[in-house]
Design a protein around this ligand. Structure first.
Ligand code: BGC
Length: 429
């Protein structure tokens, strides 16, 4: 095992809505409660991390981790347009301080998929106003907490809108083909817990329910897919927030994160692969090239043919999410990114959902070896954050997915570290 230097971050990641519990003012929470919801479970109390963060941070510390990436929930800080809640700021201050007391660097994400309901009522991520609203929120948080922070991710997987839109197009096409052949569409093979089948089937029933909650039949929530306009607004929101943060604290390292696949063309698929990489990564360069770092998030590869993306190869191992178990992807993605992105790279998410923890250990080993080789070749990778610290609420897929280094009993909330937690910690020098 190649150990990393002491200043390299070996950490784990979570997102507020997936672990805290009771994020009642967010769009995801609202969608979970709808009669025709596409969510397989309600997030409910989640992992009760809002109350148990200290226990969770101590578990990281005792395993030897030195960094924790977590997100601040916008809907907690700003439950209504123009209303800011200082008590919630104080909650996150306690989390940050708890990290520091245990020698863990807090890496804070300002936005991880869930928006306040009022943002969606204003037109969500397709409305120009989201840029200024996000900037105000970011400024408020950083004015209060900036003196305690060194690393901030503005927006998690800023490319998710376009990715989900592409997945929906592909799914609809597959569903039509399957229907024509009299078969069922399998539903799997998508990134980030989406329940595509229910999304398609429930659409007409949901329109009315959406109208009631969000004032529109088709709400523009961040993780429901977005247009090119929304993609541009996301970049503007990032840039506005970055400027606001740097105006207040020039030394805070600011970046966003992107969901990146290891895109592998077969013969004849090169042009499609290049277009896919441009959509997923290179077209963002003008907006992120001056960032202090880029958060790279990778889970698998995509094999691209001349006409369409190819299925998971026969006999290949699959994760619980349905896509291929392929930890080699991370190294390929970092190398692809480093061809064009000149700044520091932080692996802000990489992980696998599986019930056999030895497969997770193997995944981390292959991924970490790849990271070490990138560093040896001079690529400035500054940290590796495994997704996720604990088994948690995998969005529309609910609690069935097991990405965690720590198991969480859904009834008692008891934490049981898996061997992979200590294994990850053992990478520290
Ligand atoms: C997201 C996480 C999600 C993970 C696993 C990433 O796309 O940032 O919120 O849980 O993938 O699907």
């Amino acid at each position: 095992m190649k150990k990393f230097e002491n200043d390299f971050f070996i950490g784990a990641a979570t997102a507020a809505h997936q672990v805290e519990g009771n994020n009642t003012n967010s769009d995801c929470w609202a969608m979970e409660q709808m009669p025709h919801t596409t969510y397989k479970d309600k997030s409910g109390i989640a992992c009760d991390h809002y109350n148990r963060y200290e226990e969770d941070i101590k578990l990281m510390k005792s395993a030897g981790l030195n960094a924790y990436r977590f997100s601040i929930e916008w809907a907690r800080i700003q439950p209504e347009d123009g209303v800011f809640d200082d008590e919630q700021i104080e909650h996150y201050r306690k989390v940050i301080r708890c990290c520091r007391e245990h020698g863990i660097e807090p890496v804070v994400t300002l936005f991880h998929f869930s928006s306040p309901i009022w943002i969606i009522r204003k037109g969500g991520w397709e409305a120009d106003t989201v840029v200024e609203d996000f900037e105000k929120y970011a400024s408020y948080v950083i004015k209060a907490l900036g003196s305690e922070l060194k690393y901030v991710c503005t927006i998690n997987e800023a490319n998710m809108g376009l990715q989900v839109a592409a997945i929906s197009r592909r799914y609809t096409m597959m569903a039509k083909k399957a229907a024509a052949a009299g078969a069922q569409n399998s539903g799997g093979e998508v990134q980030m817990g989406l329940n595509m089948q229910a999304m398609m089937e429930n659409m007409k029933f949901q329109a009315m329910e959406n109208e009631e909650v969000f004032g529109t039949p088709q709400p523009h929530c961040f993780n429901l897919g977005g247009s090119e306009h929304s993609d541009l607004l996301t970049m503007k929101a990032h840039q506005a927030a970055k400027k606001a943060i740097h105006d207040l604290y020039p030394d805070i390292q600011v970046g966003l994160t992107l969901s990146l696949h290891d895109i592998q063309p077969v013969e004849g698929g090169e042009a499609r692969a290049e277009a896919a990489w441009a959509e997923e990564f290179t077209h963002y360069l003008p907006y992120i090239q001056d960032d202090d770092f880029l958060g790279v998030q990778n889970y698998t590869r995509t094999i691209v043919g001349p006409e369409e993306d190819l299925p998971v190869p026969d006999g290949a191992e699959r994760t619980q999410m349905g896509y291929e178990y392929y930890p080699q992807a991370l190294e390929h993605v970092i190398r692809a990114v480093a061809k064009d992105f000149r700044g520091n790279i932080m692996v802000t998410e990489n992980g696998v959902s599986c019930d056999d923890d030895s497969r997770r250990v193997n995944f981390i080993q292959i991924a970490a070896d790849g990271v070490a080789r990138c560093i040896a070749d001079g690529i400035p990778v500054k940290g590796y954050f495994y997704w996720s610290l604990m088994d948690n609420f995998e969005w529309q897929m609910g609690y069935r997915m097991q990405f965690g280094l720590i198991a969480v009993d859904r009834t008692t909330q008891t934490r049981t570290p898996k061997p992979s937690l200590a294994y990850l910690g053992s990478y520290r020098g």
